[in-house]
Design a protein around this ligand. Structure first.
Ligand code: SF4
Length: 461
């Protein structure tokens, strides 16, 4: 066992400072411990996938979840097997760069970063930042939830999830564009969204990000209960960032005020399903969704085999909780897609299971009021074949662990088999949107969603 493994195996027992799971700090749940396996930009090699599958089978309960930050988590880990699980994952090359670096591996980019024709290639900046976060002791105190999103303006991008720091190119079709940036939110895509704080040249972006992080790190000790940028902005206002912004950035875009800048909307529904066509290299990503973002060990092994057969041994997880074969030859794309469907994934965005997400529900969480996983599958079966079914989120309580942003439809459990239904399109007053119906059964929910979907219905997006 190497030095890293020794250290981390020791620290795994002692470090319980957060309920947010990691590789060395597993969070307790009803069905055992949860081990989160952080993947660099969602990437997972086929042999690593087999290791995760074996580990989930040997040391967990066989449930592997794709998370909304494009990571994996192994559920149902027994306390006496935690260290063996960690050792297996480290041996598979799934550990952090430094022994305390696991928690801060939270840099997000598009699953198509560097491959979307004519867009900014965010990978060098994101890689440099990810390395710095793990290797600079200053940043190891950041919360495991603290995240940075570096957007390249790609057509396939998750721009709905809020991050502590975000950057997005002001001219996405110019590969050397400057970045608009902001904190505690998302790039603005529509009127009323909070505007960017400033603009930074690509070559100064790294210095800006670290200056923003340094400001947070300096502020944090006097506010030990606070862990996110939004807490600092609520306490001190965005003026606290005026120093780093003045040192590294501008307050205008090409002489025009920032207030009107909007990030172009990504492709409808995320565009992460099926054969994706806009890559500048000769290969094509092919994407599909496992049922409710969950994999079994056998399913992950099947995906590893498809990665070997079609995608140079590579898999990529996405923030939609789906899976990509990122490097498929164009002539093989249809066959790869058909194989993904044949092993149990959904690739047609019109089908309810292609976009439905849900938390673990009462099978794994003590706060859950219903069995969201089983109820989600039941709801999907009832809706199957109907036109225009929107993206649905099944939540076991109002905490909304599976989605950091509102979905077009959210079902929030009220008791076993019963849910409140919220519609995002109607904007509030709840964080999920407006209440469509209270305390309905799954059958009633299917009928209501079906009535309101299809072209012309209020849920037609
Ligand atoms: S949303 Fe609620 S029920 Fe679901 S996992 Fe989170 S805390 Fe548990």
């Amino acid at each position: 066992m190497d030095q890293l493994s020794k250290h981390t195996l020791q620290s795994s027992v002692a470090d319980r400072r957060s309920a947010c799971p990691g590789l060395f700090r597993m969070a307790r749940a009803l069905d055992g411990s949860i081990c989160r396996v952080k993947l660099t930009f969602g990437n997972l090699g086929a042999s690593q996938a087999r290791s995760v599958a074996d580990a989930a089978q040997r040391f967990g309960n066989g449930v592997i979840e794709v998370t909304n930050r494009a990571n994996l988590q192994i559920r149902g880990v027994r306390p006496d097997t935690e260290n063996a699980l960690i050792a297996q994952l480290l041996a598979a090359g799934l550990g952090p760069l430094t022994d305390r670096g696991d928690d801060v591996r939270n840099v997000m980019i598009s699953p198509l970063a560097g491959r979307d024709k004519g867009k900014v290639d965010t990978r060098p900046l994101a890689s440099r930042l990810l390395t710095t976060l793990q290797s600079n002791a200053t940043y190891l105190s950041l919360s495991p939830k603290f995240s940075v999103f570096i957007d390249g303006g790609e057509a396939v991008a998750m721009v709905d999830h809020p991050h502590d720091i975000w950057l997005s190119p002001v001219d996405p079709d110019n590969p050397s564009s400057s970045y608009a940036f902001g904190v505690a939110g998302i790039p603005p895509t529509k009127a009323g969204d909070p505007p960017a704080l400033g603009v930074v040249a690509g070559e100064r972006a790294f210095e800006l990000i670290t200056a923003l992080l340094d400001t947070f790190i300096d502020w944090n000790p006097a506010h030990p209960a606070s862990s996110r940028m939004r807490h600092m902005i609520a306490d001190a206002g965005s003026e606290i960032l005026s120093g780093p912004i003045a040192a590294h950035a501008d307050s205008q875009i090409h002489g025009k005020d920032l207030a009107g800048w909007r990030r172009a909307l990504p492709r409808r529904g995320g565009g992460h399903l099926g054969v994706l066509g806009e890559c500048k290299d000769p290969t094509r990503p092919v994407g599909a969704m496992p049922p409710l973002g969950r994999l079994t060990p056998d399913l992950l092994r099947s995906l590893a085999s498809l990665a070997d057969k079609y995608s140079n041994g590579l898999l990529r997880m996405t923030p939609w909780q789906s899976v990509l074969l990122p490097e498929v030859a164009p002539d093989d794309a249809a066959s790869a897609l058909s194989h993904l469907v044949s092993v149990g994934l959904s690739a047609d965005a019109r089908g309810p299971l292609a976009t439905m997400i849900g938390c673990s529900g009462s099978a794994g969480c003590g706060s859950a009021l219903a069995a969201t996983q089983a109820d989600g599958l039941k709801l999907a079966a009832l809706l199957d074949g109907q036109a225009g079914i929107p993206h649905i989120h099944m939540s076991g309580c109002s905490k909304s662990c599976a989605s950091p942003s509102a979905r077009p439809v959210t079902l929030v459990a009220t008791s076993a088999g019963h849910y409140d239904i919220f519609l995002r399109a109607t904007n509030g007053p709840s964080r999920f949107g407006k209440l469509l119906a209270a305390n309905v059964t799954i059958e009633e929910a299917a009928e209501l969603i079906g009535q309101n979907s299809g072209s012309g219905g209020p849920l037609h997006a």
